[in-house]
Design a protein around this ligand. Sequence first.
Ligand code: G6P
Ligand code: MG
Length: 218
Amino acid sequence: DIKGFVFDLDGVITDTSVFHSQAWHQVADKVGAPWSKKLEDGLKGISRMDSLEMILKAGNLSDKYTDDQKVALATEKNTNYLKLVDQMTPDNILPGIKAFLDEIKDHGYLLSLASASKNAPKVLEKLQLTDYFPKIVDPKTLSKGKPDPEIYLKGAELIKLKPEQCIGVEDAAAGVASINAAGETSIGIGDKQTLKDADINFENTSEMTLANIQKQMA
Ligand code: G6P
Ligand code: MG
């Protein structure tokens, strides 16, 4: 029986995935790495330093920068990202998400957050959703990022559930892989082809209701 939900944040609860992309695109242009839709999708769910590595690799630039220079580039990206986050309001919550969070809370499901982002608490605060997520996986405690199952296993552990009692919700292929490897039921939100490994697919967040989930689980 499902007793809890483990949520990704960026691209699921709010469209910060667009802000991450925008800020990384600037870095890619600065270092002269090619930007593509495939790279953009591949960066979803990937930690800050791993994302930078992927961008540099795409331009065969990995060896051109020292570790300190890489940290500086990642810090610059984060500064640009935070400028965008600073303008966020509860209007940036994706359609249907607030209603869905209320629905699952009313039904007694437990909730945790499994975002790779160190900025997750800040984003939740801007959206005024902090109270919905008393349990947040701290990405600093992870030895491996998505697609490794660690983050979704911790998300279940925080609410004292077994993985098989949890549904994980993701917009990224790396995230769906992480949920599946953790042994949870996966919901993929977005392009069905990109997220073909998800147990349940929704085109967009407004389709996510308990009734629609039950339909796809039957
Ligand atoms: C999420 C996003 C990624 C981002 C990562 C780290 O997983 O989907 O695009 O790179 O978090 O975010 P941070 O805010 O810590 O740089
Ligand atoms: Mg995401």
